[in-house]
Design a protein around this ligand. Sequence first.
Ligand SMILES: C[S@@+](CC[C@H](N)C(=O)[O-])C[C@H]1O[C@@H](n2cnc3c(N)ncnc32)[C@H](O)[C@@H]1O
Length: 243
Amino acid sequence: MTRAGALYGIGIGPGDPELITLKAARLIGAAPVVAYFARRDAKGNARAIAEAHLRADAEELRLEYPYTTEIPRESEAYIRAMQTFYDMAAERIAAQLSAGRDVAVLCEGDPFLYGSFMYLFDRLRGRFAVDVVPGVTGMSGCWSRAGTPMTRDIDTLTVVPATLDSQRLADMLGMADAAVVMKVGRHLGRLREVLRRLGRLDDAVYVERGTMACERVVPLAELDAAEAPYFSLVLLPAVRRAP
Ligand SMILES: C[S@@+](CC[C@H](N)C(=O)[O-])C[C@H]1O[C@@H](n2cnc3c(N)ncnc32)[C@H](O)[C@@H]1O
């Protein structure tokens, strides 16, 4: 009987290919099958970041999202389409694993921080050996590049998606010493307004495509845009305290 392959969820960091760990590079270079998520209209950011490490003969499984922002995430149609998509993606990977081939799934940042890989993990972990390789997160790449120390001593760090409704966003950010707001996208204006009402707009730093070649770092209060691209987040550092 063929021995089943192993599934690797591999964090490849926030964008700068030099921020891929040695372990990630080794496992990607050894994998006969490499899978990655991509928007329908895009090349696949994760693949581009890890490109130099792929085996020349690696089989590639491109997992194309049916939707990204086209229809509301709460809608039944979106939820149903995404469940079917993840079921089918998991079965494509399962077929490779059952045939004895290891599969490396490339994950932007860290696989277990808002990563699509988790939906594959949920579906496959009882059936196959799964190994998760941590990655440098988008937020740590961004605060390093922005030169924004975040937490000291007993400061707390809150991480929230901008997709929360404004009241919950205000409640969470209102309690936070330091915060990171992910998935800014079309919620940029609403987020700006919440931070202004909390009196923290002037502390906030916007980072777009942090650590990538086209990176942009701007005080949020000075950002003249209605929407932000997918790879953007807002940093709210804790107020500096002694020593
Ligand atoms: C689906 S989450 C994936 C997060 C990823 N697993 C991580 O560990 O950072 C995508 C969100 O992460 C943030 N993000 C990830 N990498 C980023 C980068 N290089 N620059 C700015 N934001 C980034 C953005 O807010 C983006 O909308």
